[in-house]
Design a protein around this ligand. Structure first.
Ligand code: NAP
Length: 266
């Protein structure tokens, strides 16, 4: 009987402690200093990574939170912050730019040459573009984002580029991989994901065909059809081949400087 009472008390205490930790973590994530203070007792003694390591009293909380207040806020479900669009000059990348612009989602285009950057800047004057041929490209991306969290990076490249993009993501951000243009692996240490709770996600049209709800597919198709109808210039055709020219068509797909889709007709 006694052991049963103790076990029940333990689980109640444990639930209470967990609830308090969750509440505190939520307040810290939301950078809500008032809520943090309201959770602490006035004589709380707390410890931190930032110097000084020990703080006494709830009034220390605003000072402790200063470094975090200066960081960009974490993304929420409805706040996309800013999205990095890698290989933004690709056919998919350009469609993504237009799609995001129509939904007021801010993007930063990333390309691998100054020439491509120039072309994109002329095509989408309102969308910032950065070229990775400059050593300081990551710093440029951070400067453009400013206080907006980089919540998502969409990437068809992989390799070192994907690892670099991960390092730019805000806490809770996600790298969405939809291609593997780079041949090398993504060099990734677990710490690159751990500290900021970064997510990795693959995306491909095959799974979209079979794995997405019919209503969602219908809405996506309608959005694509509307885009094709209103902005046909976004759907570049790189070349058109007959089935008998399939070898040439396949070579064209990987030809340097190709822009647009290679079409094979019967
Ligand atoms: N997951 C899916 O369901 C799905 C669907 C469609 C496409 N994709 C993938 O999406 C990617 C783009 O397709 P797309 O048809 O839009 O391509 P695209 O029009 O042929 O354009 C390819 C782009 O990628 C850039 N690029 C190539 N290799 C690169 C590298 N190593 N580092 C950085 N940039 C590189 C090129 O840059 P330059 O202009 O500087 O040469 C070019 O802008 C492909 O990998 C494709 O397989 C995936």
């Amino acid at each position: 009987m006694n052991s049963l009472t103790i076990a029940t008390e333990h689980s109640t205490d444990e639930a209470d402690i967990r609830q308090r930790i969750d509440k505190l973590a939520g307040a810290i994530r939301a950078r809500d200093v008032e809520a943090v203070i309201s959770i602490c007792t006035t004589d709380v003694v707390s410890f931190d990574i930032e110097p000084p390591p020990q703080h006494v009293g709830a009034e220390a909380e605003p000072k402790k939170s200063e470094p975090y207040q200066q960081q960009a806020a974490p993304p929420t479900d409805t706040d996309y912050g800013i999205v990095i669009n890698n290989a933004a000059n690709s056919s998919v990348g350009r469609l993504f730019t237009v799609w995001a612009e129509q939904r007021q989602i801010d993007t930063i285009s990333v390309v691998r040459s100054a020439r491509r950057a120039q072309q994109l800047a002329e095509r989408y004057p309102a969308v910032p573009v950065v070229s990775t041929d400059k050593d300081e490209w990551a710093t440029q991306v951070r400067a453009i984002a400013g206080r907006r969290p980089i919540s998502v990076a969409v990437d068809p490249v992989g390799g070192q580029a994907a690892a670099d993009l991960i390092s730019l993501l805000a806490p809770g951000g996600t790298l969405i991989t939809y291609g593997m243009l780079a041949e090398e692996n993504i060099p990734l240490h677990a710490s690159a994901l751990l500290g900021n709770e970064i997510g990795l996600r693959g995306l491909n049209i095959g799974r979209w065909l079979t794995g997405v709800a019919p209503e969602r597919r219908a809405s996506d198709i309608a959005a694509a059809a509307a885009l094709a109808a209103t902005q046909p210039s976004e759907l570049d055709v790189a070349g058109t081949y007959s089935l008998g020219q399939i070898t040439d068509a396949v070579h064209h797909v990987s030809r340097a400087g190709k822009i647009g889709t290679v079409i094979v007709h019967t």
